[in-house]
Design a protein around this ligand. Structure first.
Ligand SMILES: Nc1nc2c(ncn2[C@@H]2O[C@H](COP(=O)(O)OP(=O)(O)OP(=O)(O)O)[C@@H](O)[C@H]2O)c(=O)[nH]1
Length: 596
């Protein structure tokens, strides 16, 4: 409700100028508060505190202000309630509570949007600080208000506060600024503050030795001051007048004023005016030689002075207590912050160590992976080196050395198991002619093709080796002569069927085969090779492209020129046919002739 807000503002403005109008405005606001927002209701509640303070119902005022501070929807309302609360605590001389309230609101000063409200807070702070003897802080807050182009009323309040602070600090204000403060406060209708300004001016004049002027300054406004009914101010006035009158030698006027000061200060627990008035009365009695009265006055002076001294000290103490408490609080906060930082550090260390252990695991994994990889690669290299060492690079068949070792192992196993094994040896026919006619590359192609063609006769357990040049051998475990003959003949047929177009030439490839078995030749490889080689020799002599088995009962062949199996043949096979032969005739052999 914008209307409600406007009426709240209007009521607030009436507060100092028109007490009756203010009361009426509050009544009207109460009647229409049903439609107000929570924040507006809180503001209204705050306005209701002013009449409570005027009435002197401080206990209710304090309760209400505390409630408003707790419920305030805006910083401004909370701040204003806090400033009023600090003021009320100052009036009721609860300095510690007042200072604590300041500690709550002053840090919010920067967030307060309304300048008047902020100045109200600074003024409350300045008044309280001066009361607890912290005049430096009082002056600082007065200057804060004056630096921010305050309203005329706040300028009066701040000007007064400044004079009070300077007096407390023992600094003498110049007459011009004293007059300015008086004019300022008079223009806004603040007779109490005008009165206090006049006491500062009078003190300043008296200190300069201008006693008559000081008296004149005070007496001019005396009636107006008495009309305020403010005991502390009236007491001050009379006490000062008593002191100054006596200084001028007017003892009877001095006595009158001193008595008036005492009468007005009677309701106060302690006051500087009481001390001053009793001292003046003592001095008068002393000057009169009335020792009894002098002693009595001195005793009264002494009691008032002690009370005042205690009061000042207890106020100063209140400040020290609150300061100590807030320091302690700050230290606790700092300690908590440190503990927090420590916890955060510990957390980070923990995270770091988790990260480190993860990193460690990763490193370990990498090392293991590397070792495994290295082992696999080493194994592969070993295997490929072994393959290179064991196989013939051109054809991929086992080389002679490996074939020998493999075969010897297989034969030993067969012998142990009492199983048969057969050895087939074969040699390409007229290979030299292929080389000569079609080139070495064509010859290589033939060798590879022959191995590729014959490999199917071998199982995993069998050994297929290139004994040298164009001579090959196959050791077949578990085969007897019959099955070996069949396999050898299959091989012969396959070789004879090779289509050489792929090599770039068309020619015919055939091979001659010699066979023996363990039943015929025993389990010794050298003997088996020798017997197979002899059968092969017979196949060549028999016209090539045929399979011949060694005849176990045939007498050993006579020495021939042919080189041992595997070495390149140097002999002309045609010439060999002229050699005397001890071999059985072709018909005696168990082999079969085929092909060309
Ligand atoms: N292209 C090629 N030729 C080879 C290789 N090893 C040996 N030779 C050749 O093979 C030929 C073997 O010839 P010979 O021992 O006379 O036998 P042949 O010509 O097959 O005659 P017969 O065995 O009597 O049928 C030689 O010319 C060798 O140079 C090889 O790895 N590649």
């Amino acid at each position: 409700d914008p209307g409600f807000e406007a009426r709240l503002k209007r009521a607030d403005a009436l507060r100092t100028a028109d007490a009756a109008g203010f009361a009426q405005a509050l009544d009207e606001l109460d009647r229409t508060a049903g439609a107000a927002t929570a924040a507006q209701k809180t503001k209204l509640r705050l306005l209701h505190v002013y009449p409570l303070i005027l009435r002197g119902d401080y206990a209710t005022a304090i309760r209400e202000l505390q409630a408003v501070m707790a419920a305030a929807g805006s910083v401004d309302t909370q701040y204003r309630a806090g400033a009023m609360l600090a003021n009320t605590y100052a009036i009721t001389r609860q300095f510690e509570r007042g200072l604590k309230t300041l500690n709550v609101i002053l840090p919010l000063s920067g967030e307060v949007t309304d300048t008047d409200t902020r100045h109200h807070g600074y003024a409350a702070a300045g008044i309280l600080y001066n009361q607890v003897g912290e005049f430096g802080l009082g002056l600082d807050h007065a200057n804060r208000i004056l630096a921010e182009t305050p309203s005329r009323r706040n300028r009066c309040i701040a000007g007064n506060l400044k004079l009070e602070s300077m007096q407390g600090l023992g600094e003498a204000p110049d007459e011009a600024s004293l007059q300015a403060a008086i004019t300022q406060c008079r223009s806004v209708g603040e007779p109490i503050l005008v009165g206090f300004s006049r006491t500062y001016l009078a003190r300043s004049l008296f200190a300069e030795g201008k006693v008559a002027k000081a008296i004149d300054t005070l007496e001019r406004d005396l009636q107006e001051v008495e009309a305020t009914g403010y005991p502390r101010l009236i007491g001050d006035y009379h006490a000062l007048l008593a002191e100054y009158r006596l200084a001028r030698g007017d003892a009877s006027a001095a006595e009158r004023h001193a008595e008036a000061a005492i009468a007005h200060s009677a309701t106060l627990d302690s006051a500087q005016s009481l001390v001053s008035a009793y001292r003046t009365l003592y001095e008068i009695a002393d000057r009169n030689g009335d020792l009894r009265t002098a002693l009595q006055r001195y005793r009264q002076f002494s009691v008032a002075d002690k009370a005042y001294f205690n009061d000042v000290k207890s106020r100063e103490m209140a400040y020290q207590v609150v300061r100590h408490q807030s320091l302690q609080q700050e230290q606790q906060i700092a300690l908590l912050n440190q503990q927090n930082a420590l916890l955060q550090l510990q957390q980070r260390v923990q995270q770091q160590s988790v990260q480190n252990s993860r990193l460690g695991m990763l490193m370990l994994f990498l090392v293991v992976a590397f070792v495994v990889l290295w082992a696999v690669r080493t194994k592969r290299v070993q295997m490929s080196l072994r393959r290179m060492a064991e196989t013939d690079a051109l054809t991929g068949a086992s080389n002679r050395h490996h074939f020998t070792r493999q075969s010897e192992a297989t034969l030993a196993q067969s012998a142990a198991a009492g199983e048969d094994a057969a050895l087939i040896m074969f040699d390409l026919d007229h290979f030299k002619a292929i080389n000569d006619q079609y080139g070495h590359a064509a010859g290589d192609w033939v060798l590879r093709k022959v191995v590729e063609t014959c490999r199917p006769v071998c199982r995993q357990v069998d050994c297929f080796g290139r004994l040298g040049g164009e001579e090959f051998a196959v050791l077949l475990a578990g085969h007897n002569l019959r099955s070996a003959l069949r396999l050898a003949d299959d091989c012969r047929v396959w070789i004879a069927g090779i289509d050489t177009t792929e090599s770039g030439h068309r020619f015919r490839v055939t091979a001659s085969f010699g066979i023996t078995t363990t039943r015929i030749s025993g389990y010794d490889l050298t003997r088996l090779l020798s017997h197979a080689d002899r059968a092969l020799y017979r196949a060549k002599r028999g016209g090539r492209n045929q399979v011949v088995a060694f005849e176990e009962f045939a007498p050993l062949a006579p020495p021939i020129d042919r080189p041992p199996a595997g070495e390149p043949a140097t002999e002309d096979p045609e010439a060999a046919e002229t050699r005397p032969s001890d071999f059985p005739s072709r018909g005696d052999l168990t082999g079969r002739a085929g092909g060309a």
